[in-house]
Design a binder for this molecule. Sequence first.
Ligand code: AMP
Ligand code: MG
Length: 318
Amino acid sequence: MKNIYSNIFSFNKKTLHKSITNLKKGNVVGLPTETVYGLAGNAYSKKSVNKIYKLKKRPKFNPLIVHYFNYKNAEKEVVLNDNFFKLYKKFCPGPITFILKKRIKSKIQSFVTANLNTVAVRFPSHRVVRSILKKIDFPLAMPSANLSSGVSPVNAENVADEFKKNIKLIINDGKSKIGIESTVIDLTGKPKILRPGIISPEIINKILKTRINIARKNLKFKSPGMLKRHYSPGIPVLLNQKTFNTKHAFITFGKKYKNKKNYFNLSKKSNLKEAASNLYETLRKIKKLKFKKIYVVKIPNKSIGIAINDRLKRASHE
Ligand code: AMP
Ligand code: MG
């Protein structure tokens, strides 16, 4: 297929080098990760971080995740603790973000963390972002590459559609495998999940040998993923629906649903991991087809289903 986007490039030595040069100059680059596509910039550079907030139209009180190659690069900026190492050993590099105490001498721009004394730290596993992190001497501030409060991008075209010509370089490495954002866990005190993800509370409980809580109320600002309206496709989303109006799009789950042109099955096999990876693409597809409303069946609220329901609930918030 011909590439109709002049700012999308496939991953090779040349584009790796080009990405690094751009990041060093304080420019932003669209990068694939295993969760969703990100908008990356130098976390030490004011210019770079400002660009991220501006391009995304993201409120400044909503902090960014900082990405490192490994824990050794992170330990000079944040305080690592026992729970961190238990989870790091099991899941990193991978789709989990840790909230940790920021060190006073940290060089991370203060508005990356929205002036909080904590930093969200992740070690992505994707080959593209890892090969970049390996070659630079600064961490990457990298939120999802979409306009604030919208649906996260899972491929390079999604990123180009979000920012049009305002972003000069997007590296294409196919569809993001996981398809939803990382699990965010606060480790500054008693561990608490701030944003559910593919690494489920059940599996984290097993590793930490405790019963961790999932934060429900956003009393003090803790995590941008906790904004009530987020991941929104821009049209009404109705949850837990059994019947629906045939004019509208119907998101289904499981084999009992037939193939109809307004049915969009997240996983015929009732596989929650597959459903998560199809969620954002499905929301974008439905919007593109100009449906005016989305009905969604009940999705089992366990394991990865907790993360799917979290995103759907926020997507449905008007
Ligand atoms: P996104 O940039 O869209 O991947 O969303 C960023 C995620 O970063 C949010 O859901 C938050 O959980 C998280 N985050 C970033 N910094 C912090 C912080 N200092 N404290 C708590 N959560 C944070
Ligand atoms: Mg986001």
